[in-house]
Design a protein around this ligand. Structure first.
Ligand code: XUL
Ligand code: CO
Length: 481
């Protein structure tokens, strides 16, 4: 197959020399990547076009009615002195976009992508990977994320599984070239039945060791692909019932596992950030990394605080009873904001629906924190979001990502507008201005004891308490949307 393409390519160059104008006008021959097409391959490793008819997505501005265009995201445009693409550092989540089937707890898969042959073979894994890179190219997104088991099939033994992964990862390295980057890699430690009691928190020693071997390998391939981060999300860590769970012991095991990951990261010279992704529950009743504050406390208690940052997912934030903005601010204030899994939940459904984030007000709040954080690099925005079960056209994959990117881009523009206008930050500053005084400075630097404060309280009498001006703040915020 490859030889045949090289042949075509040589012929193409030869033609280019002879009748360059004619050849430049003609598009290179493509063949749609549906499994029924005969594109001249017998290996199953087909190299044709996966999204025929979908052009490279361009910025057309807010008045455009073209669903396959950006209305707000203009990659090269500078906002607050930085290119939009550098603020956003968008990434496509391989698992949702290329392994999402539309199945839910009550329904069978609905998506029949033309390139899927219904198998979990190595050839299928490679073909799917090619679809991913064509998708990124057309969407103009420079980053992707994966779980080890999404991109390569599990074999009969760990050795066979690792060999499968190596084969797919070698192709990924080639397809990444120097244009596409890996935002993060991770190990999938929740689907396989061996992980039914957890991985690092499993009551079974053999499972703990197996999980360690899997994470070791996933860290190696992430490093090999130039990964900018490595993520831990504890799918089955936590408990269903405390009656049969030794919580103290499980937390200790989890911390030891993280320590070993830090040591291995240093050993192999991986410079990416290690990230913990908080989530309160699902599939377990209670996960140990419930939210940003709980995760920060875990890291502090076990001496891991300087070694990890957090990957905040908006849908996980709302499941924990917080807003996404609250979780981002908690992470930022603790110096732990590393990455954002940009999605949202459904206000009426109490589980992780992983929808694309389409709420402009929410996106504006998210971007306010990102700006305060000075950006996210080496983290970014990963679309941990999937099409609804009812969205079954190939173009829906593009439309969903375009809308998600536009929403965050609009959030960035709005947040910049609010900063440039200054009235919201003025309102907040004025609210605290009584602390901009000698005594306020003494309090804020820890120099005011209770005796001094009592003396002032007696001297001043009943304090005058001004309005909090919440509605005014909301009015100013709305005006920027
Ligand atoms: C699950 C979830 C994961 C992590 C990576 O809720 O968010 O997809 O982002 O394992
Ligand atoms: Co996530």
């Amino acid at each position: 197959m490859r030889e045949r393409n090289v042949g075509k390519c040589l012929l193409f160059l030869l033609c280019l020399n002879v009748v360059s104008s004619v050849v430049i006008a003609a598009a290179p021959p493509t063949c749609p990547a549906d499994t029924g097409s005969d594109c001249g391959s017998d290996s199953g490793e087909w190299e044709g076009e996966f999204f025929p008819g979908i052009p490279k997505i361009e910025y057309e501005g807010p008045s455009s009615k073209n669903p396959l265009s950006f209305k707000w995201y203009n990659a090269e445009e500078e906002i607050l002195g930085e290119k939009m693409k550098d603020w956003m550092r968008f990434s496509v989540a391989f698992w949702h976009t290329f392994r999402g089937t539309g199945a839910d707890p009550f329904g069978a898969p609905t998506k029949t992508w033309p390139w899927e042959d219904g198998t979990n073979s190595l050839a299928m894994a490679k073909r799917r990977l090619r679809a991913n890179f064509e998708f990124l190219e057309k969407l103009g997104v420079e980053r992707w994320c994966f779980h080890d088991r999404d991109i390569a099939p599990e074999g009969k033994t760990l050795e066979e599984t690792n060999a499968n992964l190596d084969e797919v990862v070698a192709l990924a390295k080639e397809l990444q070239g120097d244009k596409i980057h890996l935002l993060w890699g991770t190990a999938q430690l929740f689907l396989q039945p061996r992980y039914m009691h957890g991985a690092a928190t499993s009551s079974e020693l053999g499972v703990y060791a197996y999980a360690a071997a899997q994470v070791k390998k996933a860290m190696e391939v992430t490093h090999y692909l130039g990964g900018e981060n490595y993520v831990f999300w504890g799918g089955r860590e936590g408990y269903q019932s405390l009656l049969n769970t030794d919580m103290e012991r499980e937390l200790n095991h989890m911390a030891r596992f993280m320590e070993a990951a830090v040591a291995y990261k240093k050993k192999i010279g991986f410079n990416g950030t290690l990230l913990i992704e908080p989530k309160p529950q699902e599939p377990t009743k209670h996960q140990y990394d419930w939210d940003a504050a709980t995760s920060a406390n875990f890291l502090r208690k076990y001496g891991l605080i300087g070694e990890f940052k957090l990957n905040i997912e908006c849908n996980h934030a709302t499941l924990a009873g917080h807003s996404c903005h609250h979780e981002l601010e908690t992470a930022r204030i603790n110096g732990l904001l590393g990455n954002i899994d940009a999605n949202s939940g459904d206000p009426q459904i109490g589980w992780d629906t992983d929808q694309f984030l389409m709420d402009v007000a929410e996106a504006t709040l998210v971007m306010q924190t990102v700006i305060k954080n000075g950006g996210l690099a080496p983290g970014g925005f990963n679309f941990d979001a999937k099409l609804r079960r009812e969205s079954t056209d190939v173009e829906d994959l593009f439309i969903a990502h375009i809308a998600g990117m536009d929403t965050l881009a609009r959030g960035l523009r709005n947040a910049a507008k609010l900063i440039e206008d200054g009235s919201l930050s003025d309102l907040v500053r004025k609210r605290y201005q009584s602390f901009d005084s000698e005594l306020g400075a003494a309090i804020e630097s820890g120099k005011a004891d209770f005796e001094l404060l009592e003396k002032k309280a007696l001297e001043w009498g009943e304090p005058k308490v001004p309005s909090g001006k919440q509605e005014l703040a909301e009015m100013i915020f709305q005006s920027a949307l």
